[in-house]
Design a protein around this ligand. Structure first.
Ligand code: FAD
Ligand code: NAI
Length: 469
């Protein structure tokens, strides 16, 4: 057989795939990237991170104008929501960014193909274009970055009109009078917040007795209190057993997890947000010998190589947090490994952010994980109500919590509920990457007045010497 045309063919142009393709091309590998969506950027740019954050930002401005401007002495007499304009702004943000990725692929010399790809054999990727024509790409390496899709629930059929996934919930034509969200996780809380701010009555049905599983429990308890104050309603420890669509909306059958009387809840629209699962349909993995675990995630080693030499996988379709920045890091590292360099990712240093208001951000171990692992830790906490910037802006809900090793003072975890938590967490990630102690953060000068001072004060509190509380 003649030499393969490509060094690398990437299947999927989400944050994992397109970043891998750019990095590989930068390192001199002849690279192609195939996606069945014409618009680049995958779930994240088209129906995930970007449109949801655009709507979160816009709806926050609307809620501020409605509820908070008056206390600043700004009176608006005829505030009006123009949902069409808000949606158009979201669409434009998405389109601009997806076009930007096209520009980046071109600039770096990556060949972009639109079509559905499958692995015909190690070293061969078959691509079927929208017009039905096919082509086989020959390549030294294949990288699978096909992402994930929403999980389904028996008896609750998504039609993207009355019962929607996150994709449908990004594009309602009107504000629903009542929205029921199944699952009080990241998607539910972000999109539930959007529609609640715009005027919907929002109720969550969640099987667990708490929201945001996996987060530090103290943070999730406080967040629940804040969200309830914002008007969101929660049926915790409840499960949905069925749904029916009628002329006036959706009827959901709901019952307590522990047993008890079932009840019916009605809503104009139901959002199903109970998690996501890896998407590997039609890739032909089994035929070439690539294995998946019991949840459908592709099995890879520390170099992201599957059981089949020359076939790699990254992002949402392999185990680990389903986050865009995790996919991006894996993409870069995998490309560097393919170019003969080395690299690895420390999953304990991957931050997670929930873009509600206040935001919720965390990195490293939770208190529950440290207890479970028998690690002796000390705790420093500082509330935004005692932070001068928080007072100035009126964002006083929440706190910073730092967990540090009792003996070495090394930072083990940082959890923040509060204003701009998603930006503040970067300081904690860098500190942890550098193996910093809580004292290192406490001795670092922080600008005044800034939200970051709450991080420093939490570090001081870990040594029992906070200054402003
Ligand atoms: P994806 O982005 O899913 O991309 C996979 C691509 O592969 C897709 O474009 C798909 O068309 C293509 N593909 C699949 N199969 C084939 C095939 N056979 N042939 C050709 N192409 C194929 N994460 C964050 O970090 N921050 C956030 O704020 C955030 N918000 C989110 C909000 C929502 C509503 C959702 C749903 C997700 C959000 N996420 C967020 C998660 C984030 O979108 C994912 O973790 C990320 O997109 C995963 O990247 P990926 O490259 O692995 O896969
Ligand atoms: P999730 O895992 O965050 O939350 C799902 C929730 O549904 C959990 O609380 C779970 O207990 C609950 N649940 C499961 N089955 C249920 C049932 N039958 N009835 C009621 N509740 C049930 O998943 P979600 O919100 O769908 O998000 C998927 C992924 O997308 C996230 O894990 C995250 O990785 C990514 N994402 C990230 C964002 C960010 O970084 N800001 C934003 C949105 C999504």
């Amino acid at each position: 057989m003649s030499d393969p045309v490509h060094d690398l063919v990437v299947i999927g142009a989400g944050p994992g795939g397109y970043v891998a393709a750019i990095r590989a091309a930068q390192l001199g590998l002849k690279t192609a990237c195939v996606d069945k969506r014409a618009a680049l950027g995958g779930t994240c740019l088209n129906v995930g991170c970007i449109p949801s954050k655009a709507l979160l930002y816009s709806s926050e401005r609307y809620a501020e104008a409605k509820e908070k401007f008056a206390e600043h002495g700004i009176r608006i007499t005829r505030l009006k929501l123009d949902l069409g304009a808000m949606m158009a702004r979201k669409e434009k943000t998405v389109t601009d960014l997806t076009k930007g990725i096209g520009f980046l692929l071109k600039k770096n010399g990556v060949t972009h193909l639109v079509g559905t790809a499958s692995v015909a054999a190690p070293g061969e990727v078959a691509v079927t274009r929208i017009d039905g024509t096919t082509e086989t790409l020959t390549t030294r390496n294949i990288l699978i970055a096909t992402g994930s899709e929403p999980s389904t629930l028996n008896g609750v059929e998504v039609d993207e009109k009355r019962i929607v996934s996150s994709t449908g919930a990004l594009s309602f034509e009107n504000v629903p009078e009542k929205l029921i969200v199944i699952g009080a996780g990241v998607i539910g809380l972000e999109l539930g917040s959007v529609w609640s701010r715009l005027g919907a009555e929002v109720t969550f049905v969640e099987t667990l007795d708490h929201i945001l599983p996996g987060m530090d429990r103290e943070i999730s308890r406080h967040a629940l209190r804040v969200f309830k104050r914002q008007g969101l309603e929660f049926r915790l420890s409840h499960k949905v057993t069925g749904a029916s669509i009628g002329g006036r909306g959706v009827r959901l059958s709901v019952e307590p997890v522990a047993g008890g009387d079932a009840e019916e809840l009605g809503a104009a629209i139901v959002l199903l947000a109970i998690g996501r699962r890896p998407y590997t349909e039609g890739l032909g993995l089994e035929e070439v010998g690539v294995t998946v675990d019991e949840h459908g995630f592709i099995e890879v080693d520390r170099r992201f190589e599957t059981r089949v030499p020359g076939i790699y996988a990254i992002g949402d379709c392999i185990p680990g947090p389903m986050l865009a920045h995790k996919a991006e890091d894996e993409g870069s590292i995998c490309a560097e490994i393919l170019a003969g360099q080395s690299g690895q990712i420390d999953y304990d240093r991957v931050p997670g952010v929930v873009y509600t208001w206040p935001e919720i951000a965390s990195v490293g171990k939770t208190e529950e994980a440290l207890k479970e692992q028998g690690v002796s830790y000390k705790l420093g906490k500082f509330p935004f109500s005692a932070n001068s910037r928080g007072r100035v802006t009126g964002d006083t809900d929440g706190f910073v919590k730092i967990l540090a090793d009792t003996d070495t003072d090394r930072v083990l975890g940082v959890h923040i509920l509060g204003p701009l938590a998603g930006d503040l967490i970067s300081e904690a990630v860098i500190a942890m990457e550098f193996g910093a102690s809580a004292e290192d953060i406490a001795r670092t000068c922080h600008a005044h007045p800034s939200m970051g001072e709450a991080v420093r004060e939490a570090a001081l509190a870990a040594a029992g010497r906070a200054l402003h509380i």
